[in-house]
Each structure stands twice: as structure tokens, then as C-alpha cells.
Unconditional design. Structure first.
Length: 302
């Protein structure tokens, strides 16, 4: 039997601080389930109350459906009674996404992350029907993922408001980078809003976000929790100070593709990560030295 999901509230259905977890591989490129369990436990111990697996940061474009299900089962087994395990189930093929959602539910996931269909650039009605089909396919709560820089199209505010009427669509991961649109969408949809852009974690809190789905949470989850707690306690000056201290980390982790830098940083800390699958490639020695400098200035011990 899968562990029971941790408690949540309608305002924070997946907790507040989540990390979009990398997928560890062995030296020969195979799925490293034991490493994934160790990394998941480390992340939860560090202060994450949720993990997103099989997202883009988990190299979902290059893992098989079977590997995705195996990873969900392994992470739920490792931390499912202590953290929300949210499974990425989004592709640009609605039927495939439905199949992934059902497999994630069967594997024990507590929720689904569903990205806007990418590359084929559907109109808003197609986006609405796509997300609705996924939400109809399981009993799991769904977090939308709005990242037009990767998908090619945004989820317009009117579409978000329509989707929020679905009883299982409860949250949005916002990587749109538009605080004005976020403000209106939060006010009109009442979805639980999660920052999907670490540099905008603090600004999004100011317009109504409830938490973060982070990449830098692999390294600075305690600091993210402290920033969030300070803001919620009304100590905006302290939250701003933490945000500014983390600026070199935010910058350094995204000088190139975030999976690449995250796996490099985890390797520097002796944590499970392993190689990347093509088309992603390892940092050069010069890029690794720059990453070390960025993290050091941001207070990360390697």
C-alpha cells in the first residue's frame, strides 16, 4: 500500500515549498531508483514539503513511460507519507497525457502537473479541452503549468478562469513572467498559485502566490522556507534580504539549461544525480567553475 499523502488545505493543495526534482541516472544512463529515493529523502529533510517528479527538470522528454511510473512509485515509497509527490503528466498529445496521468495515479502520485501543449501551438479552446481531458481522467488534483517560453503559447487569463471551474484543477505553476496577468488570474480564478520562476518567488507572493515550485530548492530549500515564512509573518524586509542573498544562486543556476546546472551542483555536493541524457550535455570546466563562484557568493556550501 502506498503511503498516505500528507495533509493539505484548499489554499495550499500541494504544500508551499516544492522542488521540481531531477531524475538521477546511473553511470551508464539507466534510471537510478535508489539514488532517486535518497535524493527525495534529502530534499524533504531539507525543508521541501512537495516534490515534482517527471517534469522537464526530471528530463521527462527523454524518459520512457515505464520509467516515469517506476520513478513515481519509488519516490512515493521513499517520502510519500512526508511530502506531496506530484507527477508530471503533460505532453503535446492529449491522449498520451491522459495515459500518463492514469499511470501516475496507479503508481501512487498525490497530484498531477500538466504543462501547456508545446510546439503544436493549439488555440485557447484546444488548451482548455486538453487540460479538461486530463483532469477528467483521474481523481487526482491537477496543477496547470503555464510556461509560454517553452510551450510557445500562454494559458490566457480567460482560459485559466474557465479551467478553475473544474473541481480537480486546483493550482497553477506560473512561469509566464508577467505579474500583471498573474494578478488578474489569481484574483479571478482563486486557484492556488505557485511561482515557477525562482527569480520571481518573492514578487509573486506579493500578488497572491501561496508557494513555489522551485529548481534551486535542490540547494536552498531552508532559505526558501525562511523567505516564505518571513513574508507570511509580515517581515517583508527580511524576506527581501533573503531574496537578495539568493540572487547569485538564481542567476547561476540558470546561466544555461537548469537541469544541467542542477545535476552539476548536486554532483559537487555528493548527492545523487548522474549523467544527462542527450540532447542535454554536461557543463564545461569553465562553466562549472562559474557555477561554483555563483553558488559560493549566494551562500551555498559545496
Amino acid at each position: 500500500m502506498a503511503p498516505m499523502a500528507p495533509t493539505s488545505t484548499p489554499q495550499t493543495p500541494f504544500g508551499r515549498v516544492l522542488t521540481a526534482m531531477v531524475t538521477p541516472f546511473t553511470a551508464d544512463g539507466a534510471l537510478d531508483l535508489e539514488g532517486a529515493q535518497r535524493l527525495a529523502a534529502h530534499l524533504v529533510d531539507a525543508g521541501n514539503d512537495g516534490l515534482v517528479v517527471n517534469g522537464t527538470t526530471g528530463e521527462s522528454p527523454t524518459t520512457s513511460d515505464a520509467e516515469k511510473a517506476q520513478l513515481v512509485r519509488a519516490v512515493v515509497e521513499a517520502v510519500g507519507d512526508r511530502a506531496h509527490v506530484v507527477a508530471g503528466a503533460g505532453t503535446n498529445d492529449t491522449q498520451h497525457s491522459v495515459e500518463l496521468a492514469r499511470a501516475a495515479e496507479k503508481a501512487g502520485a498525490h497530484g498531477l502537473l500538466t504543462v501547456t501543449p508545446y510546439y503544436n501551438k493549439p488555440p485557447q479552446e484546444g488548451i482548455f479541452r486538453h487540460f479538461t481531458a486530463i483532469a477528467d481522467a483521474t481523481e487526482l488534483p491537477v496543477m496547470l503549468y503555464d510556461i509560454p517560453g517553452r510551450s510557445g503559447v500562454p494559458i490566457n487569463t480567460e482560459t485559466i478562469v474557465r479551467l478553475a471551474e473544474h473541481p480537480r484543477i486546483v493550482a497553477n505553476k506560473d512561469a509566464k513572467g508577467d505579474l500583471g496577468r498573474a494578478s488578474w488570474a489569481i484574483a479571478r480564478s482563486r486557484l492556488a498559485w505557485y511561482s515557477g520562476d525562482d527569480m520571481l518567488n518573492l514578487p509573486l507572493l506579493s500578488v497572491g502566490a501561496v508557494g513555489f515550485v522551485s529548481v534551486v530548492g535542490h540547494l536552498v530549500a531552508p532559505e526558501l522556507r525562511a523567505l516564505l515564512s518571513a513574508y507570511l509573518d509580515g517581515d517583508v524586509a527580511k524576506a527581501t534580504a533573503i531574496h537578495q542573498q539568493l540572487l547569485p544562486v538564481f542567476t547561476g543556476m540558470f546561466r544555461t539549461q537548469g537541469v544541467i546546472t542542477t545535476k552539476a551542483a548536486l554532483a559537487l555536493k555528493g548527492l545523487p544525480a548522474g549523467p544527462l541524457r542527450l540532447p542535454l550535455v554536461e557543463l564545461s570546466p569553465e562553466e562549472t567553475e562559474q557555477l561554483k563562484r555563483d553558488l559560493s557568493v549566494g551562500g551555498v556550501e559545496l
